[in-house]
Every structure is written in structure tokens, then in C-alpha cells.
Design a protein around this ligand. Structure first.
Ligand code: IPE
Ligand code: IPE
Ligand code: MG
Length: 238
């Protein structure tokens, strides 16, 4: 059972392990990506049911552009098919769709599909679903610094709040929990600034095998943590 007063506002998921899932079965890596995409609906629905306000999914990193052209092309095709297929679900469920990252690097047709989905879902009032696409945490910070310089802001006016508003994640709640599948225990350039005080949950499960049950286990694990943010726990002796 989940504690209703400790539901994370914002969960990020590093959806990793598609390639290995396929390789283990003697299938092309691309098949793993296809199966991975099929996991999305269940996890998104679970997050909504639980009351997570923002779910950020790391779908394609800036570094992933280095993968073979064939794999990148397939990932783009899957993304396009996913957005086309899920649009009516987003509207039905009241999902607000947003992206973070250098989406201008994506193929033109996907960029316009993203813009359309963002615009049409912007008036919804359910969960915010953020897709990190062509995203890199360092790159996001550098772009924010460039925006700050171009705006002519005075150094004294650069605060954590004002800097937050220059990031792609501007306006989103602070990141409570990062889940990474596939056994890798690293951040791989995901939400570096936002993750300063996030809790981490790592699982060996590969993304195409990640179920609602395991998502709930991750959330229960999160609820057991004591988040201190550098201070002493409430009620501790001084
Ligand atoms: C995650 O799965 C999906 C993307 C990075 C696009 P991988 O493709 O990284 O799968 P592994 O890590 O090789 O198993
Ligand atoms: C991180 O996974 C990116 C996504 C899940 C989209 P990678 O598989 O690209 O990261 P590394 O190479 O293991 O660090
Ligand atoms: Mg990987």
C-alpha cells in the first residue's frame, strides 16, 4: 500500500535496457525498442492513478545520436507512431504533453507533431507527461546560461529560482524520484540540476519487462526513505 501523503510530485524514469532485452532473445535491438514503447501506457496510467503530478521519461539522449543511423531512424519512427497513436488517449485522460531537450534536432515531421501535441494538450488539467528527447543535462544548463547572458540579467539577479525558470523544465515541480531500469547505476546526463536532491531507485529489470507492480515497488521504496535535504531529521537530539 502507498502512503497518500508521500506521493512523489515528480518522477523521472531512465528507460534503459531495450537493446539487451532483444539481444537476450536473439532479436534485433529495434524489437526491444518496440517492446519498450508498449510498456509506456501501463506505467503512465499507473502514475496517473497514484497521483504523480509530473512524469518525465528519458526517451532519447543527445548522446544517443551517436548510435547507428538505422537504430536512430527506427527510434524516430517509433516516436512518431507513439505520438500519433496516443494523442486521443492524452486528450481522454487529460494529459498535458511537454518535451525537454534540443527537439530542433529531430526530424521536421516529428517536430511539428510534437508542437501540435503540446499545443492541443496544453489546456488539459491532468498529469504532465514530459518526454526528454534529444536531451542532455549539461547541454540544458549551458543553454540556460546562454539565455541568461542574452537577457542581460545582472549577476546579482541570478538566483536558483531565476535560473530554474531558464531551464527546459521551467514550471515543473522539483524532481523527487529517479528510477533507472536495466542495472546501470548512473545518471547518463539526465536532469543533472533537477536531480540535486532526488532519491534514486535502481532495478535490474530491463525496461521492456518493467511493470506497474514494479513501479509500485519503486514508489513504496521511495516512501520509506528519509529525505533530509542536508538538515537533521525532525525530532533529532541536538
Ligand atoms: C534504452 O535502451 C533506450 C534508449 C537509449 C533509446 P538501450 O537501447 O540503451 O538498451 P541497452 O542499454 O543497450 O540494453
Ligand atoms: C540513457 O541510456 C538514455 C536513455 C534511456 C534514453 P543509455 O543506454 O543511452 O546510457 P548509457 O550509454 O548506458 O550511459
Ligand atoms: Mg542503454
Amino acid at each position: 500500500m502507498l502512503l497518500h501523503d508521500r506521493i512523489p510530485n515528480h518522477v523521472g524514469i531512465i528507460m534503459d535496457g531495450n537493446g539487451r532485452w532483444a539481444e537476450m532473445r536473439g532479436l534485433p535491438r529495434i524489437e526491444g525498442h518496440r517492446r519498450g514503447t508498449e510498456r509506456l501506457r501501463e506505467i503512465i496510467e499507473a502514475a496517473m492513478e497514484i497521483g504523480v503530478k509530473t512524469l518525465t521519461l528519458y526517451a532519447f539522449s543527445l548522446e544517443n545520436w551517436q548510435r547507428p543511423q538505422n537504430e536512430v531512424r527506427t527510434l524516430m519512427r517509433l516516436l512518431e507512431a507513439y505520438l500519433r497513436k496516443e494523442f486521443s488517449e492524452f486528450m481522454e485522460k487529460g494529459i498535458v504533453f511537454r518535451t525537454i531537450g534540443e527537439t530542433w534536432r529531430l526530424p521536421e515531421n516529428i517536430q511539428s507533431l510534437i508542437r501540435e501535441t503540446e499545443e492541443k494538450t496544453s489546456g488539459n488539467n491532468g498529469m504532465t507527461l514530459v518526454a526528454a528527447l534529444s536531451y542532455g543535462g549539461r547541454n540544458e544548463i549551458i543553454r540556460a546560461v546562454k539565455k541568461a547572458i542574452l537577457s542581460g540579467i545582472k549577476p546579482d539577479d541570478i538566483t536558483e529560482d531565476s535560473f530554474n525558470s531558464l531551464l527546459d523544465t521551467s514550471g515543473l515541480p522539483s524532481l523527487d524520484l529517479i528510477i533507472r531500469t536495466s542495472g546501470e547505476r548512473r545518471i547518463s546526463n539526465f536532469l543533472l540540476w533537477q536531480g540535486a536532491y532526488s532519491e534514486f531507485y535502481f532495478t535490474d529489470t530491463l525496461w521492456p519487462d518493467f511493470t506497474k507492480e514494479e513501479f509500485l515497488i519503486a514508489l513504496r521504496d521511495y516512501q520509506m526513505r528519509e529525505r533530509r535535504f542536508g538538515a537533521l531529521p525532525a525530532g533529532s537530539r541536538t
